[in-house]
Design a protein around this ligand. Structure first.
Ligand code: DX5
Ligand code: ZN
Length: 220
């Protein structure tokens, strides 16, 4: 089995010193940058948009994993790709024609992901699992960093792992929200391939060391 990936969430960075925080991630054992885009409609918060993402892309030496927490994401897929996205993840709950949206992401040459809110069962993905590269299991209600991890997530990871083993063995399972050194090993054990971590990385005294610890959690 290959090692899990670490995706620090820039939402928890110091926006007044964004360049410095990008360099910390560049020099760390992190694999991706996680970019949270919120519209104040799909979620009750507004983060930052494509101009900021372009500035991040200019200095980031690792792929941008973009999490679109926006309604009707089809309108912004091209802009997202042009702003430097490698992975584009849309919310199941925000897409009326999810299959079409995923095809549009692939058409742009990006990897396609679907995020599920805590209340959305993984079984709803059965008929698109073969068409996607990543599933993002939300382990908090999206909109804010620093929230408490929802325990039901472990069961959801195991369920999607089982589905993907039958339908799409290369599917990446990402977990987003409340991830820390306290639950990382258990998440990887359950089947997580990508750990998103915001506050547990950027609030640490040494963010690179926090990434190193998340990357190197042993079996439990
Ligand atoms: C929440 C975002 C997360 C957030 C995670 O809506 O999708 O990516 O930045 O932050 P932490 O790791 O602090 O829960
Ligand atoms: Zn996110």
């Amino acid at each position: 089995t290959t090692k899990h990936l670490i995706a620090p969430s820039v939402l928890a960075a110091n926006f007044a010193k964004l360049y410095d925080d990008i360099q910390i991630v560049n020099r760390s054992e992190a694999d991706w940058f996680h970019i949270d885009i919120m519209d104040g409609v799909f979620v009750p918060n507004i983060s930052f948009g494509f101009p900021v993402m372009q500035a991040i892309a200019k200095h980031a030496s690792k792929p941008l994993d973009v999490h679109l927490m926006i309604v009707d994401p089809d309108r912004y897929l091209k802009n997202c790709k042009d702003s430097g996205a490698t992975v584009i993840t849309v919310h199941y709950e925000a897409c009326t024609h999810l299959h079409r949206t995923l095809a549009a992401i692939k058409e742009l040459g990006c990897k396609a992901g679907v995020a599920l809110n805590p209340h959305t069962p993984v079984g709803l993905l059965k008929d698109v699992i073969r068409d996607i590269d990543l599933v993002c299991i939300m382990s908090v209600n999206p909109g804010f960093g620093g929230q408490k991890f929802i325990e039901q997530t472990y069961t959801k990871i195991k369920e999607i792992r089982y589905l993907s083993s039958k339908i799409n063995d290369s599917l990446l399972i990402e977990v987003d929200g409340g991830v820390s050194i306290d639950n990382a090993a258990k998440l990887v054990e359950a089947g997580a391939d990508v750990l998103v971590a915001g506050s547990s990385v950027f609030s640490a005294a040494d963010p690179a060391e926090a990434v190193r610890q998340l990357k190197n959690v042993g079996p439990i």
